[in-house]
Design a binder for this molecule. Structure first.
Ligand code: PLP
Length: 415
């Protein structure tokens, strides 16, 4: 499509940016693609595609184990990628950055390993009603295994955490708090600093699920003072199958390995195994090497555009889309928190979200429909699910116009 610079007051060169993403020029059902499913996964810039390509053409070797040139070169590149992630999150040390398969894997790692050491019968774990299943099920499972209790912070109608209830839930039995930084269904930016401060006042660690935050806002783990932070590369313009767990050194050192095997050890004998130092203790087996390098390329790309500009630009898109959608009859926005990032979810009275998604697809508009892996949340709103529009910095006001026209048409047809 012909993107223009009409809404750009942030210094974002939208034409140049769109040209960096080859998939954005694809047609879908004969129409120019309008990609509004960035919350599920984001498209990849040439920079990332080329980094993956280059790795397999010129650099492929295994890391951390070879003395030959290729192995040494790629080990260095992989560790440089780790340091790029460290800088991006402003972590104090590169060894506090663990490469995983993604957010889900990172949370499973913490839940499983942390629980083995710190959670026992009668203890409590706090999550919230708005969590993605990936930040519920690992905790639910370890609570069941260890006889602990999973508690959920309630939300209000706007989709904000009820903080007084959270403060009430914190108790000497609470062993960890795990909440989303940004909700994938509502777009709510949670007051994570307050959440962390209240937990820390009682010596309780906090894990933040940053899957929907890292693509949209600056994250500084030292400023937040969170104990764990997780995100997925593929939602921040990097490859699938790779993600990050940040953990404070003191916790990662204290926790037992999650999966074990090659790469995680110092010495092995049948009598006794001594595990490696951080971060290798948590990185069993050959990792997604090209994925780590691709993630670093994605973060470099994002940083060249600048996260402040991205946040402001996307805020403009969200405001515009919100204003336009409010003009339509029978549309109810789900998630009206004061602080929001990148997501507009809605329900249309009397119409199933799937039907809207299917008709929009005919017009080349890709949105997400359903429960978005947040069934307790959609149950709270007593709806089968929502239609979710989720933005990236390559989206435009013109695309929002196409979507709104399409939605109007879909409602007319389905009513
Ligand atoms: N947490 C949140 C808030 C998410 O939005 C998602 C994915 O949509 C996940 C966790 C799971 O991410 P992944 O599937 O990349 O592990």
């Amino acid at each position: 499509m012909n993107a223009t610079k009409t809404i750009d007051t942030t210094g974002i060169d939208i034409e140049k940016i769109r040209a960096d993403f080859p998939l954005l020029s694809r047609k879908v059902n004969g129409k120019p693609l309008v990609y509004f499913d960035n919350g599920a996964t984001a498209q990849k810039p040439n920079r990332v595609i080329e980094a993956l390509n280059h790795y397999y053409r010129f650099d492929n070797a295994n890391i951390h184990r070879g003395v030959h040139t290729l192995s040494r070169e790629i080990t260095l590149a992989y560790e440089n990628a780790r340091n790029t992630v460290r800088k991006h999150l402003n972590a104090a040390n590169p060894y506090e950055i663990v490469f995983t398969k993604g957010t889900t894997d990172s949370i499973n790692l913490v839940a499983s390993s942390f629980a083995k050491k710190y959670i026992s019968r009668g203890d409590e774990v706090i999550v919230s009603v708005m969590e993605h299943h990936s930040n519920i099920l690992p905790w639910q499972q370890v609570c069941e295994e260890r006889g602990a209790i999973l508690k959920a912070i309630p939300i209000n109608e706007a989709g904000e955490l009820v903080m007084e209830e959270y403060y009430r839930l914190l108790s000497p039995k609470t062993k960890i708090v795990a909440v989303a930084h940004v909700s994938n269904t509502l777009g709510t930016i949670n007051p994570v600093k307050e959440i962390i401060a209240a937990a820390h006042a009682k010596n309780i660690p906090v894990l933040l699920d940053g899957a929907q935050a890292v693509p949209h806002i600056k994250v500084d783990v030292q400023e937040l003072d969170c104990d764990f932070y997780c995100f997925s590369a593929h939602k921040v313009f990097g490859p699938t199958g790779v993600g990050i767990l940040y953990g404070k050194e003191k916790w990662l050192n204290a926790m037992p390995p999650y999966q074990v095997g090659g790469g995680t050890i110092k010495t092995v004998s049948f009598e006794k195994t001594e595990y490696a130092d951080l971060p290798l203790k948590f990185e069993a087996g050959t990792p997604d090497i090209s994925g780590g390098i691709g993630l670093a390329a994605a973060l470099d790309y994002v940083n060249e555009i600048g996260l402040d500009a991205i946040t402001e630009y996307e805020h403009g898109l969200l405001q515009y889309a919100t204003t336009e959608i409010k003009k339509l009859k029978d549309v109810k926005i789900i998630g009206t928190a004061k602080e929001k990032a990148g997501v507009l979810s809605f329900a249309v009275e009397g119409i199933h979200p799937f039907d809207i998604g299917t008709l929009l697809d005919q017009l080349g508009v890709a949105v997400r429909t359903g429960h978005h892996c947040t069934q307790p949340l959609v149950a709270f709103y007593c709806i089968p699910g929502t239609v979710r529009v989720s933005f990236a910095f390559y989206n435009t006001k013109e695309e929002i116009n196409i979507f709104i026209e399409g939605l109007e048409k879909a409602i007319r047809m389905l009513k």
